[in-house]
Design a protein around this ligand. Structure first.
Ligand code: ADP
Ligand code: ADP
Length: 235
């Protein structure tokens, strides 16, 4: 069974002249590493918000179709419930870091889930180790570089042990080296933890080597869904 099933999904923001998404259908199987790309305004961010349930639960608008996360209809379950299966990393590392220190940032989501303190401590170490930033545990979040913040955000999502991780342009603030470092982290999560990864990127040259499949959105519609090589070699 697919871990993500998007069926004929359409969404229009209030007062928008045209839909942000129209008739989008695709599935993602467990363990896939999928890229989503397309020009600005194509609907990529809107799609990520539909996957983690922010749409329809927190964003008003006209919603049609279905989003199933591990077989559960996003309409029928809360965002908090969806967050147990799907972890989110948003585009702006500044906006998603809420705590004064790295360890508090990672503990935040775990405390919300009432995980007990020794387990929180263990999960912080494990996530930082996995992401390759164990040395940052006691650092203040305000003194981190953009790339470090992005990796802390990924560690915080990973510490919740979601089966699926969705990232919206996680490298938009990063240089080519930082970009590769983030994709290498995603590769480890995908290969070692068998985590399903869905990553939105506008600049996809580097991403091509990592993904098994690329979905292209244009003006709210899905225009391609293929292995990246098939897309590159088209005339
Ligand atoms: P990106 O293309 O990088 O995903 P955008 O520039 O489209 O980001 O959007 C940035 C922010 O502005 C998002 O939070 C988005 O929801 C919001 N936004 C985009 N277009 C509109 C709009 N027409 N009206 C109101 N908010 C918008
Ligand atoms: P992308 O992430 O591919 O840049 P978005 O999903 O941000 O695309 O935007 C898709 C369309 O929806 C765009 O036309 C954008 O202007 C519009 N949009 C995005 N956010 C909002 C919003 N909060 N209110 C109104 N329109 C929005």
């Amino acid at each position: 069974d697919p871990v993500i099933a998007v069926q004929n999904l359409s969404f229009t923001y209030p007062n928008a002249a045209k839909p942000a998404l129209s008739g989008v259908t695709f599935q993602v199987a467990a363990g896939e590493f999928v890229g989503i790309t397309g020009p600005a305004g194509a609907g990529k961010s809107t799609l990520t918000l539909c996957l983690n349930g922010i749409i329809p639960h927190f964003q008003e608008g006209a919603f049609a179709g279905k989003v199933l996360i591990q077989g559960r209809d996003s309409f029928a379950v809360s965002c908090a419930e969806l967050a147990r299966s799907i972890g989110s990393v948003f585009q702006d590392p500044e906006a998603q870091i809420v705590a004064p220190s790295v360890e508090e940032e990672i503990a935040f989501g775990l405390e919300n889930l009432a995980v007990d303190p020794p387990e929180i401590d263990r999960r912080i170490d494990e996530a930082l180790e996995l992401i390759g930033i164990a040395g940052l545990r006691h650092r203040s979040t305000t003194e981190l570089s953009g790339g470090q913040k992005q990796r802390v955000a990924i560690a915080a999502a990973v510490a919740l042990q979601p089966q699926i991780l969705i990232l919206d342009e996680p490298t938009s603030e990063l240089d080519p080296l930082g970009t590769m470092e983030v994709f290498e982290v995603l590769k480890v999560l995908n290969q070692r933890l068998k985590m399903t990864i869905v990553v939105v990127e506008q600049k996809i040259n580097t991403l091509m080597e990592y993904i098994g499949r690329l979905i292209i959105l244009k003006a709210g519609t899905l225009v391609a869904d293929q292995p990246p090589r098939a897309i590159i070699s088209r005339p």
